[in-house]
Design a protein around this ligand. Sequence first.
Ligand code: C5P
Length: 220
Amino acid sequence: TQPVVVAIDGPAGSGKSSVSKQVARRLGYGYLDTGAAYRALAWHALEHGVDTSDASSVLDVVGDFAFGIALDPDAYSVWVGETDVTRAIREPRVSDAVSGVARVPAVRQSVNAMFRSLVAGSGYAGVVIEGRDITTVVAPDAPVRILLTAAPEVRAARRVGEVVSQDAASVAAALHRRDAADSTVVDFMSAAPGVVVVDSTQLDFEGTVDAVLAVVREGL
Ligand code: C5P
């Protein structure tokens, strides 16, 4: 049988990744970070000297993109071929390039096919899948679909705490630039019909995890 899917979408800095990972732990589920695949592809393209704003050049390197990701929330790691890129994909140069890669429709199709087979072969009873288009495109029939949001200034402040190599103003500017670019491709700022909004603006980490788990319990 197919694993149960908990689908979580949201903008950058919404706390999506850490919350989704913790929700997966609490449920004994796998955790799939779909943004990591787009980031890994952007990293792969940059390694090949590809101009990531040029769709056809990006498509040239999709063919030999060997993506690997651990679905165990306690052993999170991301690979391209033999290279562990878990840390490298968080670098600002990758964050700046990723939207260009993610807006190529053929890239999205091939990455989505990869997600479906990863989930189907995961061996878990359930998988928490996190991204931008999970509730609408990747798993529109999931029994639990959540949009995790937070006020823009709160998202920027959280992200500033994570990125050490840049000043606060450039982190906030980069985050807003990326959201603006991404939202031309997928609408992850408003909830599709049937998608439950969890707003974490006033919640701390554990409070957000509990709010998401409450929605999961309703849906399953
Ligand atoms: O979630 P994260 O910020 O790591 O995602 C990195 C990028 O991957 C996003 O800025 C977006 O361009 C792309 N993405 C996407 N669809 C998803 C997940 C991520 O387009 N489901």
